[in-house]
Design a protein around this ligand. Structure first.
Ligand SMILES: N[C@@H](CCC(=O)N[C@@H](CS)C(=O)NCC(=O)O)C(=O)O
Length: 209
């Protein structure tokens, strides 16, 4: 059993941290990482996290030498260099930029969905701004339409950085916006996700019920 030489500061509800957990699982590295569960929000930050990432955000990955990596994309890139299997982030060539751009679209869904969550859950109700909320929701809708095309043209067959990010984004929408009913509008994406969400890495990293 490999020793745990890294610590992941995360929350089971964080979709960005989930991407890291999924990649760890897919690449057989879960046993090397200690999981440190933190509760935080922009208005109630965690001292443990701030000490390692002044932006106060998770995921943050503390390495054996005491250095900390933060931002899920940086952490995923690092971890993808720490295993000997097939890379989940293409190392070079046009495909690298294509897959990273697709992954960043999934992150855009997460950014918008998290902003909506903060606006509706943290901000006092009388300060909610419907126009802004709708604009974030429109972003999600536009990206899902593009992901539907990607699913239709077979671009999600390989469970790599792009597919991991998309699966975690859809999982977060189901978690925080169960009323969204995206499956009716994006059936090919739905059928892809029905399978992707049953992978061991996805089942093991589900957000809390
Ligand atoms: N771009 C960052 C986003 C991370 C992020 O927004 N994490 C949320 C939790 S899901 C967070 O730490 N929020 C606390 C804050 O914004 O202060 C990444 O990919 O890691």
């Amino acid at each position: 059993m490999p020793s745990k030489n890294m610590t992941l500061f995360y929350s089971p509800a964080s979709p960005f941290a989930r991407k890291v957990l999924v990649l760890l699982h897919e690449t057989g590295q879960l046993p090397t990482v200690e999981l440190f569960d933190v509760q935080l929000s922009p208005v109630s930050p965690s001292g443990e996290v701030i000490a390692r990432n002044p932006a106060g955000k998770i995921p943050a990955l503390e390495l054996a030498n005491g250095d900390t990596l933060h931002d899920s994309r940086v952490i995923l890139d690092y971890l993808d260099h720490q295993h000997s299997g097939e890379p989940l982030i293409p190392r070079d060539g046009a495909n690298r930029w294509k897959r990273l751009s697709l992954a960043s679209l999934a992150d855009a869904v997460l950014d918008a969905a998290i902003l909506i969550r903060y606006e509706t859950f943290l901000r006092p109700e009388d300060l909610h701004w419907p126009t802004w909320l709708n604009a974030q929701q429109d972003k999600i809708e536009r990206v899902l339409a593009e992901l539907e095309t990607q699913a239709d043209t077979g671009q999600l067959q390989c469970f790599d950085i792009a597919s991991i990010s998309i699966a975690c984004a859809l999982g977060y929408l189901d978690f925080r916006q169960p009323q969204l009913d995206w499956r009716n509008r994006f059936p090919r994406l739905a059928s892809w996700y029905a399978e992707a969400s049953q992978r061991g890495s996805m089942l093991d990293s589900q957000p809390p019920a």
